[in-house]
Design a protein around this ligand. Structure first.
Ligand SMILES: Cc1cc2nc3c(=O)[nH]c(=O)nc-3n(C[C@H](O)[C@H](O)[C@H](O)COP(=O)(O)OP(=O)(O)OC[C@H]3O[C@@H](n4cnc5c(N)ncnc54)[C@H](O)[C@@H]3O)c2cc1C
Length: 364
């Protein structure tokens, strides 16, 4: 089937319209899980989404502070698949271009070594924060009472009353009833390591589980800094002229001025991502130690030596795929358990979208 003739999430597959409605559990409310869930829902199936966090979005995360918000996970996304483009058109008011395509490349000392990379493709952000896109797409599930937040799935097991179906054991503050039963299929829209662990604990779908074991993922420490003494547009000369840079500093891989993104508020804020190698070496360090080291590196790279009134770090254990699965999703037709996520194809937001969509189409 050509890309063009495939279904966008807003248009259910024809065959699905005639299929008997099924009840499907989707575990994880990142872009992959919500794309999968809403595609299945639009095709007439009953879908229940379980999410361990307080909100949706997963690694498309936004942290709010008194100084403004930070996208401490994904910074932006690119759009290459026309189905993603079509789906984004349903959220056009939310998605805005960001001038990150003029990314500087810095040397170890923070000197710009490439003036700016040619803008090969547009960089897009959701407004007011990166989590807004998935939040909007999840609204029909929320309205239908089918989005269980603060509900971590701990085990997949055969339904006690209908052994041909699945039931899920859950825990967390959002859990009123720890057992959810009657699912015809289960989709794990989790980072590969967490999907693997859940299948292992549940002793289910061993072939699927084994296929996930080959995927490798790198961690990332993120640093968030706010300088309320510098406010746009009458900004005093705080730091470099550029807004976004890739860095070869041994601690830092990426820096972005959050306040340069559309719709983000005027106070100068920076998000800094440590390199995968440094993050791995300092994985178990305490927050304060990581903050101090990354702050020093930030000062070296940007020349900003002012004390930030707000500095916080976040550790992403499963930030970026190193070795992907190499196919859009994994589906065990016999057990009716599937897995999807960015790690199937790569390490980008769009990979998560395509994987979630293809997972849904496989079920349909
Ligand atoms: C620091 C960082 C920077 C990035 N920068 C970019 C970028 O600039 N551009 C780009 O395109 N991509 C970027 N990415 C990658 C991008 O964020 C991901 O590709 C995308 O968000 C993955 O979506 P997903 O749905 O596959 O997984 P996730 O977003 O990880 O969603 C998985 C969800 O499952 C939930 N969950 C886990 N276990 C359970 C359980 N047992 N029960 C219930 N729920 C559970 C999690 O809470 C989470 O919400 C970045 C990622 C990080 C961490």
């Amino acid at each position: 089937m050509s890309k063009k003739s495939r279904t966008a999430p807003s248009k259910p597959a024809e065959s699905a319209e005639t299929a008997a409605p099924r009840h499907i559990a989707v575990v994880g409310a990142g872009i992959a899980g919500i794309t999968c869930a809403r595609t299945l829902m639009q095709a007439g199936h009953r879908v229940t989404v379980f999410e361990k966090s307080r909100g949706v979005g997963g690694r498309m995360a936004t942290r709010r502070t008194e100084f403004g918000s930070f996208d401490h996970g994904a910074q932006y996304f690119t759009v290459r698949d026309e189905r993603f483009e079509e789906a984004l058109a349903t959220a056009s008011g939310l998605v805005r271009p960001w001038s990150a395509s003029t990314v500087r490349v810095l040397d170890e000392n923070g000197r710009v070594v490439a003036a700016s990379l040619p803008a090969r493709e547009s960089h897009w952000v959701a407004t007011p924060g990166m989590n807004a896109l998935v939040r909007q797409w999840s609204e029909p599930l929320l309205e239908a009472g089918q989005l269980m937040l603060q509900t971590r799935v701990t085990r997949i097991e055969a339904d006690k009353l209908h052994p041909e179906r699945w039931q899920l054991q859950t825990e967390g503050p959002g859990t009123q009833n720890p057992v959810h039963s009657g699912f015809d299929a289960v989709v794990l829209a989790l980072p590969s390591v967490q999907a693997h662990e859940l299948l292992l604990d549940s002793q289910q779908a061993s072939a699927l589980r084994e296929s996930l074991a080959g995927v490798t993922v790198a961690p990332c420490w993120s640093l968030m800094l706010a300088f309320p003494q510098a406010v746009q547009p009458s900004r005093t000369s705080l730091g470099p002229q550029w807004n976004v840079a890739r860095s070869t500093h041994h601690r830092i891989a990426w820096l972005a001025r959050e306040s340069s993104k559309p719709g983000r508020g005027p106070i100068e804020r920076w998000t800094v991502q440590a390199s995968p190698a440094w993050s791995q070496r300092h994985l178990d360090d305490g927050d304060e130690r990581v903050k101090a080291k990354l702050l020093r590196a930030f000062a070296e790279v940007t020349g900003i030596r002012a004390e930030p009134p707000h500095a916080a770090v976040h550790r992403w254990l499963y930030a970026q795929t190193v070795k992907p699965l190499g196919k859009t999703h994994a589906w065990d037709a016999q057990s009716r358990i599937g897995a999807c996520g960015d790690w199937c194809l790569g390490h980008r937001v769009e990979d998560g979208f395509v994987s979630g969509l293809e997972m849904a189409l496989a079920i349909l």
